[in-house]
Each structure stands twice: as structure tokens, then as C-alpha cells.
Ligand binder design. Structure first.
Ligand SMILES: *[C@@H]1O[C@H](CO)[C@@H](O)[C@H](O)[C@H]1NC(C)=O
Length: 311
């Protein structure tokens, strides 16, 4: 059994446990919100869900580098029942592509966003919330585990029966979600709460038939995979590697593509800068990407640094 496969299988089990924590915090009625920076919220759910995922993965895979949105945390340690040792059986049944099968544990970098869409979580827009665990090898996002804890919450009243987990491995495909493309139009999804003149100018130049403004990079990529939008356009340095690693791998495994606004691959080595300085451009199908890249106005390109250049 390959190491990467066991790592992914553990992550699939752990995100489910993290999702339960996210629900328990919501239903406890006390979110424990703090403002980390201007308009960058963190709740008890972010903190506890990260502890659950990091403690689980590092227990079984101590040589893997794990980088989480909430950083190294002080205070309460992970509770014993947050440490997930199970390996998801469906993942173990797959055969990994040969280039990934032999990867050593120390060469895997894991990017964790325990609660993508925190603002929407605090506002009750629950389907925008995802738990993201992405894996990179050689700087490339190769596998993504995405859990949507409140999936189907408008129809299913029991919170502990809501939710779904999707995962994808580049070169293998996606599980838990069925890829589709929109039937018509030119539908763009973008940020709900972090808009800017640059973002608006870029979207306007693309002449969409519809713009869907929602929270969370994970949620936006799910809209692309499920055929609700053609492109995700975010020409801003406002998102981070843990926001994009798992969604990028899931999208690529489903046939789409995600790059920065210049068309450069986002790199996920252990020592990279955390912000995605070049923004994000993603399409539901890989062959749509060049067209959207051409439509990015020159002024927008100039507003965002090219890869490797810091603001
Ligand atoms: C959503 O919940 C309803 C009510 O329990 C259920 O009938 C339906 O199958 C669920 N849909 C999905 C996609 O899980």
C-alpha cells in the first residue's frame, strides 16, 4: 500500500471528524469569534477542527510537513477522541497513478484549511463552508480532500446527517462528486465579501452572462465541478495556499484547471510564501482556461505580481 494512499485515506476519515466538530461548535451557540486581522475571522470551530486534522495526520505520518491556516496553536491540545486513526476503505481500494505510488512520506506537503468560508459560517450561509486538506508533491497539488459539513442542510434537518466528502487524485479522478459542465451561458463565480475595483474590472471585461458571488475557495471550485459555473475569477492576492491546494487538485482530477491570473501554476513547496500573490483563475474544463487568460485586461495583469515576485 502506498504511503500517499494511506495519507489520503486518513484525511478522508479525519475531515469527517473535523466536520462534526464544526457542527458541534455551531450548535453549541458559542462560536468564540476572534478577528485575527482586519476582516479575517477565526472561530472555535477553525481552531478545534485544525487540531483534529493536524493531530490525526501527524500521529500516523510524523515525517510529513503539515501547514495549517491557523498556524501552530497554543492552549488546549487535541482531545483524545479528535485523533482519527482510521483509513477510509474506499480510498484504499484504488490504485494510485504510478508517479504517485512511490512517494516518500517526507516528500509530501499537506495544506490544511480547517474551515474555509469562516465569515459565511458566522453568518449562517452554511453551504459555503468546507474543510480542505490538500497534498502536494514536488510543489504540485496532487490530491485534495474536501468535506462540506452542511451539504443538504436546507432539506435535511438533522445536522449530523448533513454533509459530504469528496476527494480527488490527479491522474486518477474524483470520488463523491459527479463532474458536469453548465449547459449554456458564461457563468463566473467570485468572492462574496472581498471585492475590489480590480476584481470587478476583470469580470466586466470577460462579459459574463451571470456572476455568482459566494464565500470560500472550496465552495467556488465545487460550483465549477458540478456544472454551476464556468470560471472562478479572483485577481487579488487575498487567498492562501491552504485555500487552493485541495480545491486545485480536486478540480484538476475532475478535468478542470486552476492557476494564478497569469496562467502560472501555483506552487506548494513547504517553504513557499503562503499568499497566492498572483490571484486565482480556474475553469471547469482545462481547455477553457486559455480563453479566460486572454480576457484578463492588461491593467489587471499589471496589478498582480508575476510568480515569485513579492508585493
Ligand atoms: C437531502 O436530505 C433529504 C431529507 O433527508 C433526503 O431525502 C435527500 O436524499 C438528501 N439529498 C442528498 C443529495 O443527500
Amino acid at each position: 500500500m502506498s504511503t500517499l494512499q494511506r495519507v489520503i485515506a486518513n484525511a478522508v476519515a479525519a475531515v469527517d471528524r473535523a466536520g462534526r466538530i464544526v457542527k458541534e461548535v455551531l450548535h453549541s451557540g458559542s462560536l468564540g469569534i476572534i478577528d485575527k486581522a482586519q476582516d479575517d475571522l477565526q472561530t472555535e470551530a477553525d481552531r478545534s477542527a485544525q487540531k483534529c486534522i493536524v493531530a490525526s495526520l501527524s500521529k500516523s505520518f510524523p515525517r510529513m510537513k503539515i501547514i495549517g491556516e491557523e498556524g501552530a496553536q497554543e492552549g488546549m491540545a487535541a482531545k483524545d477522541d479528535w485523533i482519527v486513526k482510521e483509513l477510509d476503505g474506499a480510498v484504499l481500494k484504488e490504485t494510485l497513478p504510478s508517479d504517485l505510488a512511490g512517494v516518500d512520506e517526507k516528500d509530501i506537503v499537506c495544506w490544511v484549511d480547517p474551515l474555509d468560508g469562516t465569515k459565511e459560517y458566522t453568518q449562517g450561509l452554511l453551504d459555503h463552508v468546507t474543510v480542505l486538506v490538500g497534498f502536494a508533491v514536488g510543489g504540485k497539488a496532487v490530491a485534495g480532500v474536501v468535506h462540506q459539513p452542511f451539504y443538504n442542510y436546507t432539506k435535511q434537518a438533522d445536522p449530523f446527517k448533513q454533509g459530504r466528502t469528496m476527494w480527488g487524485i490527479v491522474g486518477l479522478g474524483v470520488r463523491g462528486i459527479t463532474p458536469a459542465v453548465p449547459a449554456s451561458g458564461k457563468i463566473i463565480t467570485t468572492t462574496r465579501s472581498h471585492s475590489s475595483p480590480t476584481i470587478n474590472a476583470c469580470i466586466e471585461a470577460m462579459k459574463p452572462t451571470e456572476v455568482i458571488r459566494v464565500g470560500g475557495a472550496g465552495h467556488k471550485v465545487l460550483l465549477l465541478i458540478e456544472g454551476q459555473a464556468h470560471a472562478y475569477v479572483f485577481p487579488s492576492p487575498g487567498c492562501k495556499k491552504w485555500d487552493t491546494c485541495a480545491p486545485e487538485a480536486l478540480l484538476e482530477a475532475a478535468g478542470g484547471a486552476l492557476t494564478d491570473i497569469h496562467g502560472s501554476k501555483i506552487l506548494y513547496h513547504a517553504d513557499v510564501d503562503h499568499p497566492n500573490w498572483g490571484g486565482v483563475l480556474a475553469t471547469c474544463k482545462r481547455d477553457l482556461l486559455p480563453q479566460y487568460l486572454r480576457e484578463v485586461p492588461e491593467s489587471v495583469r499589471q496589478a498582480l505580481p508575476v510568480l515569485g515576485q513579492k508585493l
